[in-house]
Design a protein around this ligand. Structure first.
Ligand code: ADP
Ligand code: MG
Length: 356
């Protein structure tokens, strides 16, 4: 549905987008995740035809944004970072204004009613926008994006400035929209992409540093060998037993207690699942194990790992033509496995074009 191909954008001497390529299939909900200044808004502005690129190509539904800007805009509903609201209009006046602007041909009353129902604006339909809370204004912004029922929805930081309840509502709304739309949203909030998106594209300094299905990232994050255990029993003896086990690489006792249990951090030997053997070992000593949880990496750890590893380092490009390993100085670790997945994916859409 969307194809971004070697996109570059310079603002004077600043390169805001530095050779970004990715594709989004019909019906996908994709999150662009990256710190402030990563180039998310710039990418979205080019994608929606509000900015021109320095080089590269953007196709929406097979149409080039540069060649057929109006046709492309008809297919996209866009909520920019600063929603373009007219504060002196009522919600109704504003939505009618946008309806006319878009040259929408659907039955006006019915269409606007439906949208207001979906985004829950019906209660404030006749109020002035300037008197609405930030959360309601954001909904008005979303409503204008939905007018004309475009197949592609692009939301730039849709939950910024909202309170936790509003954030949950907007996320639910985006998930609902994702059922019959292609959605791209940007955020610098990790939980947001985790909660809403099928796929996560991490952008840093104008480059794609990771592109993975959310479920894979969650799995990588959960596939971890660090645990926190709560064990009832004499602390020193328990600790020495843990440290003597060959399937445990590291164990330490924490200051924390849970009733009569002491709390330990344990790292299993690589590739070993210690959970059952640990249970039986402790049971044989009559030291009840009352808690065992994985200290998995959360998305934040993953993000920091990936971004740190790629800060200043050149990203591996499509490893075609015997160039495998070029600029790969990272050890084989989590970040690398995500990067490998990215490189493999990039290869399928962006043929390697030689050295820069
Ligand atoms: P994000 O949305 O990820 O926070 P942006 O796309 O807004 O990032 O910005 C990417 C980079 O481009 C930043 O370094 C920003 O300062 C710069 N930038 C954005 N817009 C402009 C502009 N109109 N003129 C000059 N520099 C800009
Ligand atoms: Mg932005």
């Amino acid at each position: 549905m969307i194809k971004i191909d070697h996109l570059v954008k310079n603002y004077g001497a600043t390169r805001a987008v530095d050779d970004i390529s990715f594709e989004v299939a019909k019906g996908e909900i994709v999150g662009l995740l990256g710190p402030n200044g990563a180039g998310k808004s710039t990418t979205m502005n080019i994608l929606t035809g509000y900015l021109s690129s320095t080089s590269g190509r953007v196709l929406v539904d097979g149409l080039n944004v540069l060649d057929e800007p109006l046709e492309v805009k008809k297919r996209i509903g866009y909520l920019p970072e600063q929603p373009p609201l007219y504060l002196d209009m009522t919600v109704e006046e504003y939505l009618i204004f946008v309806y006319d602007l878009k040259g929408c041909e659907l039955n006006r009353t019915k269409h606007l009613e439906e949208i207001c129902e979906v985004v829950k604006l019906t209660d404030v339909y006749h109020r002035l926008i300037k008197n609405l809370s930030k959360g309601y204004r954001q909904r008005v912004g979303i409503a204008q994006a939905l007018i004309g029922n475009p197949p592609v929805i692009i939301f730039d930081e849709p939950t910024v400035g909202l309170d936790p309840k509003q954030i949950i509502e907007i996320r639910n709304l985006i998930r609902t929209l994702g059922r019959d739309h292609t959605v791209i949203l940007s955020t610098h909030i990790l939980q947001e992409v985790q909660a809403v998106c099928d796929r996560i594209i991490i952008i840093n300094k104008g480059r794609v540093v990771a592109d993975e299905l959310t479920e894979n990232i969650n799995r990588i994050a959960a596939n971890c060998n660090r645990y926190q255990a709560k064990i009832c029993g004499p602390q020193r003896e328990v600790l020495s037993m843990l440290r003597d086990r060959t399937d445990i690489a590291y164990a330490e006792a924490l200051a924390a207690r849970d009733g009569e249990a002491y709390v330990y951090h344990i790292e299993s030997a690589k590739g070993v699942d210690i959970r059952k053997s640990l249970f039986y070992a402790l049971a044989s000593k009559s030291w009840p194990l009352i808690g065992l949880e994985t200290l998995g990496m959360n998305l934040e750890d993953i993000f920091i790992t990936v971004v740190d590893k790629t800060d200043g380092a050149e990203m591996p490009k499509s490893p075609k033509g015997g160039k495998k390993g070029r600029s790969r100085t990272f050890e084989k670790d989590l970040a690398q496995s995500i990067l490998d997945a990215t490189a493999a994916k990039q290869e399928s859409i962006a043929p390697y074009e030689g050295d820069e």
